[in-house]
Design a protein around this ligand. Structure first.
Ligand code: PMP
Length: 378
């Protein structure tokens, strides 16, 4: 009887081991998806070894550049379309338009997804937008509407142009939505529902500091709200802000104004400075809803960002866009203030390939042997 029990136990153990191996093997097979929209999100975290070794903290980048159209904005574009479909403003299989005013990644994500889902994209942008972005949008089949350069008009000009174009289309009886990434709550919500939980799981709930820049505010609002609600030991949320942006003063001193006079710098527009996609002088809905979760803001200069981009490329093979470089500088500054061993996660919103003609034109001139101390330079 005893022998029979032993034999049975061995058989059960072998069968369990066999089943376990099959599951592990299966989980290693790359997934098969039925459309590009299914490739959005679940982006990897990568350890930035150079910064981790130098600071004694574990500094990770959340590689949003791994989304199919190359940035975190894929998540937002998809959620904007999904919410419009839920409201019946767009109907799958019927003609429809998505309008947006942007010189950044959101237009590219919208253009890609419109192709995938059977809609058309109409993007208004300043006519001084870099050639590579224009070419990308046109290659993706978007209708491009160029308006006056943002450097000589209010930066809202192209947002208003997109809004107008949407209204005209709807008046003509066409189905159309204005994506409105600055005000549309579909933006922060998708980061609350996906980016935040992913970071929490990937760090095993042991996150100490979360760092992001702020353009619309969607990323920092969604992620930090999730993390602050979910985690017992609340992580520090840090906004990395470029020169000329008002967020730094708003978070640290409660005033969002006139750093122009205070710092002697010119008023910042998103397209006429070296660092693109982040920094603003107005409070958007997506920022307003999230500012309560932001603990502090770190100011990063354009020069620090350029040097950091080169440093990360040379030492880690990580080819970043300008906002990622800003976040990496903020990570080094924060690492000096927290306990060694703290886990720090920064958002890597997009890759350097989208910033060749402006940011990388200067960054590539930085000395390859630059040290981290020289990068920070303070
Ligand atoms: N980095 C880049 C390159 C961006 O284009 C943006 C969005 N404009 C951001 C960061 C900031 O993201 P968010 O709009 O969610 O604040």
């Amino acid at each position: 009887w005893k022998d029979a029990v032993s034999v049975l136990s061995i058989v059960v153990a072998c069968y369990s081991a066999y089943k376990y191996c099959r599951i592990v093997h299966k989980s290693k097979i790359p997934p098969v998806k039925t459309g590009v929209e299914e490739l959005i999100g679940n982006t990897p975290l990568v350890l930035i070894k150079s910064l981790s070794n130098a600071t004694g903290c574990n500094v990770y980048a959340k590689l949003e550049l791994c989304n199919p159209a190359g940035s975190a904005k894929d998540r937002v574009a998809y959620n904007v379309i999904k919410m419009a479909e839920e409201k019946g403003e767009l109907v799958r299989g019927k003609p429809g338009w998505v309008f947006e005013g942007t010189s950044g990644s959101t237009g590219i994500s919208i253009a890609m997804l419109c192709n995938a889902l059977g809609y058309k994209a109409h993007i208004s942008l300043p006519d001084d937008t870099s050639n590579e972005k224009l070419a990308l949008l046109e290659s993706l089949g978007a209708v491009v509407n160029k308006v006056k350069p943002a450097s000589i008009v209010d930066s809202n000009q192209y947002v208003n142009a997109a809004k107008k174009a949407c209204e005209l289309a709807v008046e003509k009886g066409e189905r159309g939505v204005f994506a409105d990434q600055f005000e549309n709550e579909a933006n922060w919500r998708i980061h609350y529902e996906t980016t935040g939980p992913e970071i929490y799981q990937q760090t095993g709930g042991k996150l100490g500091v979360f760092i992001a820049g702020c353009g619309t505010g969607g990323t920092i609002t969604g992620v930090s709200r999730f993390l602050k609600e979910k985690m017992k030991k609340k992580p520090l949320v840090v906004l990395a802000d470029p020169q000329g942006s008002g967020f730094y003063n708003r978070i640290n001193y409660g005033v969002m104004y006139d750093i122009v006079e205070k710092e002697g710098t010119r008023r910042r527009h998103q397209v006429d400075t070296i660092v693109e996609g982040i920094g603003l002088n107005r409070i958007t809905r997506n920022f307003q809803l999230g500012e309560v979760y932001i603990d502090e803001s770190v100011r990063v200069t354009d020069d620090q960002a350029l040097r950091m981009a080169k440093f990360l490329m040379v030492n880690d093979g990580i080819f970043t866009g300008s906002s990622t470089a800003i976040n990496a500088v903020a990570a080094v500054k924060m690492a000096k203030k927290v306990q060694p061993g703290t886990t720090i996660v920064i958002i890597a919103c997009d890759a350097g390939s989208r910033h060749l003609s402006k940011f990388w034109k200067l960054a590539k001139e930085v000395d390859s042997n630059i040290t981290l101390e020289q990068v920070i330079g303070e």
